[in-house]
Design a protein around this ligand. Structure first.
Ligand code: AMP
Length: 178
């Protein structure tokens, strides 16, 4: 069983209210299962809702935030631990080091950037930590289609499904990364 999970997700809440519900459920699940949540350290968007839900349920939450984002509007002040780092690259490296596995939930460019960096490191055999897309309400369907196309056009290795998995329920996602 993993001890810590890094979740990449939106610094906005999106439109579909089910994304918020999924982020809250993720926070609650991690707290109840004593898995430390590692994330970007913000109090805004889906990331803030998830962190808040984990804390409310007695969970351990570790944030890693670059100094330039560490303002009172953005940073969550009630975390178990929060690392302030110099830049975005150090942040990703540190989130990687602190985590046993990674899940991406609905989000924007930041979420995709974090997801694809961790997948690329896996593809280059720099690590073997599990990575999964939590495809809440089909949000990532177009991305999964693109990944399928990259595969059929032989731009990604034939074994890509060993290092990037996906599921559409919380239980299945947690099985994939545990
Ligand atoms: P996005 O999907 O573009 O909203 O970016 C969300 C992801 O990027 C999160 O997983 C964070 O680690 C990081 N991120 C982007 N913007 C912020 C922010 N304003 N505060 C904290 N983290 C952020």
């Amino acid at each position: 069983m993993i001890k810590s999970l890094c979740v990449f997700c939106g610094s906005s809440v999106g439109v579909d209210h089910r994304f918020k519900e999924a982020a809250i459920a993720m926070g609650e699940y991690l707290a109840k299962n004593k898995i430390t949540l590692v994330y970007g350290g913000g109090r805004i968007g889906l990331m803030g809702l998830m962190a808040e839900a984990a804390l409310k349920n007695g969970g351990s939450v570790v944030g890693v935030i670059p100094k330039f984002l560490s303002t009172s509007e953005i940073k969550h002040d009630g975390l178990t631990q929060c690392y302030e780092v110099d830049d975005m690259h150090t942040r990703k490296q540190m989130m990687y080091q602190l985590s046993d596995a990674f899940v991406a939930m609905p989000g924007g460019f930041g979420t995709l950037d974090e997801l694809f960096e961790i997948i690329t490191w896996h593809q280059l055999l720099l690590h073997e930590k599990p990575v999964a897309i939590y495809n809440v309400e089909g949000y990532f369907d177009p991305l999964l289609e693109m990944i399928h196309k990259m595969h059929t056009q032989k731009f990604i290795p034939s074994n890509f499904s060993t290092f990037i998995k996906n599921a559409n329920t919380l239980e299945k996602v947690m099985e994939l990364v545990s």
